[in-house]
Write a protein that binds this ligand. Structure first.
Ligand SMILES: Cc1cc2nc3c(=O)[nH]c(=O)nc-3n(C[C@H](O)[C@H](O)[C@H](O)COP(=O)(O)OP(=O)(O)OC[C@H]3O[C@@H](n4cnc5c(N)ncnc54)[C@H](O)[C@@H]3O)c2cc1C
Length: 404
């Protein structure tokens, strides 16, 4: 397909589950779906390295890994993405000593724009492997991904309501003491929902009952929250009072389960999202500035702000490249009149500390600015020039963020 496209001057864009908020995967001429590359191809139970078809969803992969007694060491908060789509934009979860999904990649098979297949590993084309782990779909079509997995583990989850001041005060200690920490701040309130997940064995797990899981995750987190957001869209004056309702609806709970069942949950409420990665040491100041800006504004923000952390990594276009990172993610209901001002405010605050936007979430930065935010940007651009000189894989969004 790539060869034919190159010969006829057409452009090809691979797509995963289509869960990015930007037009990064938008096709110009041909959209290439890889959803039949949907299974584990090889699993080495001695080393824990598992090779999987690029179009496999994280959900399907997690199930297969669990049946093999393995797991991914960290995940984001949903599992609907494909493996290739998730790594290509730098999808991450939380954990001060853990990296995003791309840091778990030890090998890739790439279909290059000239139609040849390239196998990359630590010993074969390591420069391509390094960059293509977060390759934005600009360096080749990923057909298979080898992931370094770990023995299956459980997570003990502790979720609790708190106040913003209390959470900020102890955040660094919490991150040092607990494996995976995140919190949600409900704008227009001082309320926060914290999530602390601690890694445990798999022998003595206490999952939520089906009824409690339905009540918390389906009814409160999706149905009731969806109704609150919808009511706020119809009657904007309700957003601020309803924010207090949302903030108090999610009660404290403690449970343990296999890691992937705790990391990922279902999200059925539609929203639009921007997320900035900032140096960890400036992270809480960025958040405090954002909180102050919301306080000064007349915006009505119905969806919480999510705060997560990650360890520094060595992936050239990873948002955590070279620095311990704190992520601030802002969300609005689709069509919110406050989106532009709210998102621009986060961009301006993050710019002061060299913030890097998530590649799959909304932002306004172009190649000239991104080049300054990523020390290894030129390395990737040079590789793109070498692997896809005719921009068979190009689209307008890539021209904007990587250059023409
Ligand atoms: C509800 C929701 C929750 C989310 N939660 C998180 C989170 O917790 N953490 C986080 O970091 N992000 C999160 N995201 C963002 C999401 O993980 C990323 O946008 C991810 O890239 C989506 O994966 P996908 O399979 O849908 O890829 P797509 O959006 O379909 O594609 C993304 C990019 O990957 C490229 N691509 C796809 N397949 C291939 C391939 N085979 N070869 C080469 N390139 C390819 C596409 O061309 C495109 O550039 C969330 C998004 C949503 C909607």
């Amino acid at each position: 397909m790539l060869r034919r496209a190159a010969e006829t001057g057409r452009r090809v864009r691979p797509i995963g589950s289509g869960h990015s908020f930007t037009a990064i995967g938008a096709p110009v001429d041909v959209q290439l779906r890889l959803d039949r590359l949907d299974r584990v191809l090889r699993a080495d139970l001695t080393t824990g390295v598992v090779t999987v078809g690029a179009g496999t969803t994280l959900r399907a992969l997690n199930h297969t890994l669990a049946s093999l007694g393995l797991a991914l060491t960290n995940l984001g908060d949903i599992d609907a993405q494909t493996v290739a789509g998730a790594i290509s934009t730098g999808t991450h979860g939380t954990g001060a000593t853990y990296g995003g999904l791309a840091t778990q990649v030890v090998g890739l098979e790439l279909a290059l724009p000239d139609g040849t297949l390239l196998t990359c590993s630590a010993t074969q084309h390591p420069d391509v492997l390094a960059a293509a782990r977060v390759g934005l779909g600009a360096l080749g079509v990923v057909t298979a991904v080898s992931l370094q997995c770990v023995p299956a583990f459980g997570l003990h989850a502790r979720e609790a309501g708190s106040t913003l001041d209390a959470v900020l005060e102890r955040f660094d200690d919490d991150c040092a003491r607990t494996d995976h920490v995140e919190f949600y701040w409900f704008p227009h309130t001082d309320r926060v929902l914290t999530k602390h997940n601690t890694r445990v064995g798999t022998d003595d797990l206490h999952p939520l009952s089906r009824r409690r899981a339905w009540w918390d995750d389906d009814l409160l987190s999706n149905t009731v929250f969806g109704a609150v957001v919808a009511a706020g869209r119809r009657v904007p004056g309700l957003v601020r009072p309803l924010a207090r309702v949302s903030a108090s609806a999610l009660g404290d709970r403690e449970f343990s389960d296999l890691s992937h069942r705790v990391f990922a949950s279902e999200r059925r409420v539609r929203f639009e999202e921007m997320e900035y990665a900032v140096p960890r040491e400036h992270g809480l100041d960025v958040l405090r500035e954002l909180v102050a800006a919301v306080g000064r504004s007349r915006w009505r923000i119905a969806v919480p702000v999510e705060v997560r952390v990650a360890a520094a990594d060595d992936v050239p276009l990873s948002t955590a490249e070279g620095r311990d990172t704190l992520y601030v993610a802002v969300h609005v209901a689709p069509g919110s009149p406050d989106r532009a001002a709210y998102f621009a405010t986060l961009e301006a605050i993050a710019a002061d500390v060299g913030g890097r936007p998530h590649w799959g979430k909304l932002h306004s930065l172009d190649a000239a600015t991104l080049r300054e935010r990523y020390p290894r940007f030129e390395e990737v651009v040079a590789l793109r020039d070498r692997l896809d000189p005719d921009r068979v894989l190009g689209n307008d969004h890539l021209s904007h963020v990587l250059g023409p």
